[in-house]
Ligand binder design. Sequence first.
Ligand code: CO
Length: 487
Amino acid sequence: MSPLEKLYQHLEKVYHFQSIVALLSWDQETYMPLKAYEQRSQQMGLMASLVHQNKTSELKKILQDINLQELKDKDFLIVKRVKQDFEKWSKIPEKFAVKLSELTSQAQYHWDKAKKNNDFPSFAPYLQDLVKLKIEEANYLGYEDCPYDALLDDYEKGLKSKDFEKIIQPVVKEFYQKNTPTTTIQNPFHKNISAQEQLQFANQLIKDLGFDFTRGRQDLSSHPFSNAISIHDVRITTRIIESDLSYMLYSTIHETGHALYELGLNTELLGTPYSETCSLTIHESQSRFWENNIGRSRAFCKFLAKKLQEYLPQYYQEVNPEDLFAVLNEVKPSFIRTESDEVTYHLHIALRFELEKALINQEIKVEDLPALWNEKMKNYLGITPPNDSLGVLQDVHWSAGLLGYFPTYSLGSFYAAQIYQHLKSIFPHFDDKIEKGDFEFIHQWLKENIFSKGRLYNSQEILQQSTGNKLKNHIFRDYILTKIQFV
Ligand code: CO
């Protein structure tokens, strides 16, 4: 076997280990009995140690025999990336990787409990320990300007706080406390539809969007997520409130966007950057694209109106697509990020970005978070959460150790707007197709231009190759201003 074949075989083995970790984590978030969490955290720690060894010392032996300069095309790009990954992974001690994995598994349990009981102080010690570990991680990885930048790099390679500030601040400034006129429309999503009926409807709808149930499934969890266990096993979750169908619907569409990306990846050379997603920014560009650019468009509302009548006739004898469009594009501050409109959403991201940056750069303390959160909510959105469950405790990210993730939601949205604009310019009758439920041409284009590139290029390169341009900030702004009328 050639050294290159050895490498690919090894990476496939690591891929299977990671699939097992993903399955353990999916189980923890969905069906695992409550009291199993301590042993689950030990199992996760054990797997983290196995994965770490295989990504560092074991990989080192194999990489030693490969001369990058002798490789061509795809192999060259793959090995170049793997070498970069190796450099990064090697900076993290195995003991640390295990500790972090065990702690995040436990912290998620305590966060979930704290959120249900509106009890931030019970979660605070775990978050404190996590922040300490993430600072340690930043120190292992190294940084130029500030420790937080080392963490950002995990989700968007090379992104620095100051770059993100330049992108997000104009958006915050422009859309700060902007609202749409109050509507008198009776919200068509406000009905009483049982959880079972909602889930059934969601499953039918995402099938229409292209979700393949022979390669995935949808379940319930306290925070919606998507988890790619393997190339033919992508699982998403949603959550339901019976009085508002849109609460479930738009998070389901969001997670479906993630799933379609994972399900559309190359199926050869598993475990190598050839068959992996590019970055979290590109990932969020896919989820936000389906959730917002497609999902909240006039054309999609026409499609959705038909589907509501078809799948839920007992609740929707008649529904006006214009009413759906109006309520889905209402700009109005909300306590909850995942329920926010396309405009105020970015104020939520700015808030989280500023807080986690200050935490990691040791400018603020965990115990100050609830008060600081509420203060920023008041400043940016003009509202104060009545409790921490609707405030600082709402998102799963910090308990999962995902500090540095939030900026990818805004970046992803800006990427999505650019991809959407490009697609509309190259496909005639774009809206007619959406209205008819024809999404296949979009899948084909995304597959060819984004999914098949794997992780061989960075986010900016993929955007440039697919749309012909690097990120242009005015595109998101123009898109919003064309679609939404403000008071
Ligand atoms: Co997402």
